[in-house]
Design a protein around this ligand. Structure first.
Ligand code: R5P
Length: 292
């Protein structure tokens, strides 16, 4: 029997889309991608798209612009058939470009708002979007869901002794606070400074009391690893015990994972918004709850 819902799996989120389709009992539509030598994507869909409601799932991680044009194409096709198109962007690339930090910078999240609407999306669901400011520019419905409860469940099974949750910067304070509340532990926030031109980060915090304790650094994303490395080096100097990292989106560009381990991190645990070795926490249930 044909389901009233269809999940259209973008190439960057195949596995997550498959899990989601099972949870919401939707028909799975797969996409086959061919990227031509000049970089253009050709997408071929297989499966039945529901006339009622489609859910397009595609993360916007590198190659960011390729994955972006692919999701826009999927939305556009879905809208030709379905009366409602919900778009799940597990990792919302461009979300850090949500304001003009330096004069002349273009706020790309404004552009994304127009593109998603123009392609035919009725609603966007993101997981731990970098900041809610980005969604302010969207004129269609938006929703952000948190991977923190799923990450906390994972960490509860690790049996850490007397742990403290640490945010590497002030911007992540609420995230660390939420993690700590669910994890039933204390939390602290470091002060980080990023050079807007070079991207280099520094930890400005002087001293904290973490001697002999296990720490969980909580962040929304790891890109170059710069923030986590600087925070870990600082925490190790404070004579903490082990440092774990809990993050939603592990981009881990280039050799970031190696550098983070070298800085002294015991383990990186991330959600499956971006597939990868560290992405052991499944958020399909959390996304399913936001759809049904
Ligand atoms: C910054 O505000 C974010 O929450 C992350 O801490 C940051 O984007 C991670 O980037 P990177 O790994 O390059 O330091």
């Amino acid at each position: 029997m044909l389901s009233k819902l269809s999940v259209i799996a973008g190439s960057s989120s195949e596995e997550l889309a498959r899990k989601l389709s099972r949870k919401i009992k939707a028909n799975l539509v797969k996409s086959e991608i061919k990227v031509f030598p000049d970089g253009e994507s050709k997408i071929t869909l297989s499966g039945n798209i529901s006339k009622r409601k489609s859910i397009v799932v595609q993360s916007i991680y590198p190659p960011v612009d390729t994955n972006l044009i692919q999701v826009l194409s999927l939305i556009s096709k879905a809208k030709e058939i379905s009366s409602e198109v919900i778009v799940v962007i597990p990792y919302m690339g461009y979300a850090r470009q949500d304001r003009e930090f330096l004069p002349g910078e273009i706020v790309t999240m404004k552009v994304l708002g127009k593109l998603f609407k123009g392609a035919g999306a009725s609603k966007i669901i993101a997981v731990d979007i970098h900041s809610m400011i980005g969604f302010k520019y969207f004129t269609i419905k938006t929703r952000n869901v948190s991977a923190i409860p799923d990450l906390v469940q994972y960490f509860k099974k690790l049996g850490l002794k007397n742990p403290i949750v640490v945010s590497p910067d002030q911007g992540g304070k609420d995230r660390a606070k939420e993690f700590a509340k669910k994890f039933e532990s204390e939390y602290i926030t470091l002060e980080k400074k990023r050079d807007r031109k070079t991207g280099k980060v520094q930890i400005k915090t002087k001293n904290i009391e973490v001697v002999g304790r296990d720490l969980i650094l909580v962040d929304d994303m790891i890109s170059t690893g710069g923030s986590i490395i600087k925070a870990t080096q600082f925490l190790k100097k404070q004579k903490c015990k082990r440092v774990y990292v809990a993050c939603t989106h592990a981009l881990l560009m280039n050799d970031a994972e190696k550098k983070i381990k070298k800085a002294g991190v015991t383990s990186i645990i991330s959600a499956n918004t971006i597939p990868g070795r560290t992405s052991v926490v499944d958020v399909s249930n959390t996304i399913a709850k936001a759809i049904i």
